[in-house]
Each structure stands twice: as C-alpha cells, then as structure tokens.
Ligand binder design. Structure first.
Ligand code: PXP
Length: 238
C-alpha cells in the first residue's frame, strides 16, 4: 500500500504567526504518527518562514516512523541533512523566496550536481528522492544520478482533475511506468487531497509514498486531524 507522509510545514507556519509554541510542531508530528501517518515530512526553507532548522533537530529523535526532509540542496541544507540523517531526503529545485515548489529538476542539465549531492547522502545511508515533473525523459535521466526514488510533482494532475481526471493523470502514468522500468522507487506530492488522491493511486498503484500537507491540514480544520489522517489512509487503501 502507498504510504502517507504528512508534511507539517503548515503547522509551523501557524506557530510562527504568533511567536510562541502553539500549535506545538513536535506534538503534532507525534500525533500524526499516532493517528496512522507512516511518515513525517518537513521542508525547511532558507528563510525558515515555516519549519526552522531547529525543528529538525527536535523532531529527529521523536519520529518513530520515517522522517523525510525536503528542500533545495544548498550547503546549509546539505549540512542539516547530513547531521540529522533522516530516513529520506527529497531534493527540490526551489528558489529561496518561492511560495511553494513549482517545478521539478532538469535531470539532464543538473546531472553532475545531482550525482555529487546524492552520493554524499547515500554514503550516510540516507535514502534519496528527487522531485521531477511527469516527464519520462526526466525520470529516465534521474536514474543516472544514482537516486533511489523520484517524487512526481502532482500540481498539474490536481489542477486538471475536475475537468478531465483521465487526461490529467495520463502523463503521470507514463512517467511512473518509466520509473518502474528503470528500477526507481516512486513518490508523489503537491496539491493532493481527499478528492483527487484515490484516483491517482488507483491509476498508479505502485507508488511508494505520497507526501501531503496543505490540503490535509486545511481539511483537518473541519474534520479533525485524527479523522482526516484516517480518511487519507482509507483513500490510499482504495
Ligand atoms: N512535495 C514537495 C516537494 C513539496 O514542496 C510539497 C509542498 O511543500 C509537497 C510535496 C506537499 O504539497 P502540499 O502541501 O500541496 O500537499
């Protein structure tokens, strides 16, 4: 079954709005696990506007499932990941002030950089994943970087879902088939939600993990965190 990693950046955003410790990011991460999440994802950005580097230090010993740290592998990020050794690192080519991730790697243009960076993480036994658009060529070349997995950037699936879900999932199925053929593990994320998740994982049942933050936290405002996570797990079971 596809595993659910909950991205808790939004919890940190809310906390940071008032400068105190409410909501408590560490407690929320532990509660997500208690409610059934199979992983916790954090995305520390250079300006630390949501998850701070310090949060990673505090979270690492608490996480009993899998910790996934995602972000742009600038030197400070690489240092952080090598220090705290999460189960997985996801490399994302986002710019410093970017609102949210909006594209995957060009695995041809950045091949040498990715090879070097991935090798450093793998030496420490950290599983690697790289964020890519649903482009078979990018997935094929991702394999040459030595990464364990790719994460498909699902925004275009989510935005096309309401008008034509079959059409919007088609490029993802093709990219996912390439990943499977070349022996890459497969993650997916961005803008997945309770409405569009089931169709996605039914179309690509070999996805290892989805990483979901924004919609899950928004839905939890109405449904409660425990209930929301259980509803996501139900969607993943199909
Ligand atoms: N994957 C990556 C690489 C991301 O940057 C994000 C957002 O931080 C997500 C997944 C989760 O996206 P969302 O918050 O829309 O669920």
């Amino acid at each position: 079954m596809t595993r659910l990693s909950v991205n808790i950046n939004k919890i940190a955003t809310l906390r940071n709005a008032r400068g105190g410790n409410m909501p408590d990011v560490q407690k929320t991460a532990q509660d997500c696990e208690r409610f059934g999440a199979q992983g916790i994802t954090v995305h520390p950005r250079p300006d630390e506007r949501h998850i701070r580097y310090k949060d990673v230090e505090l979270l690492k010993p608490l996480i009993t499932t899998e910790l996934n740290i995602e972000g742009n592998p600038i030197p400070k990020f690489i240092e952080l990941v090598l220090k705290y050794k999460p189960h997985q690192v996801t490399l994302v080519p986002d710019d410093p002030g970017q609102l949210t991730s909006d594209h995957g790697w060009d695995t041809i243009k950045h091949k040498d950089f990715l090879i070097d960076t991935i090798a450093r993480f793998k030496e420490e036994g950290i599983r690697t994943s790289i964020f890519v658009d649903p482009d078979p060529k990018m997935v094929e070349h991702a394999k040459l970087t030595g990464t364990d997995r790719v994460e498909l950037y699902t925004e275009s699936y989510a935005s096309g879902f309401a008008s034509d879900k079959g059409k919007s999932v088609a490029p993802f199925v093709e990219a996912a088939k390439v990943a499977r053929e070349v022996g890459l593990g497969l993650n997916a994320g961005h803008d997945l939600n309770l409405e569009n998740l089931r169709f996605f994982v039914r179309s690509i049942p070999w996805i290892d993990e989805v990483s979901i933050g924004h919609a899950l936290i928004c839905e939890a405002l109405y449904l409660g965190l425990d209930n929301t996570i259980k509803l996501y797990l139900r969607e993943l079971r199909g």
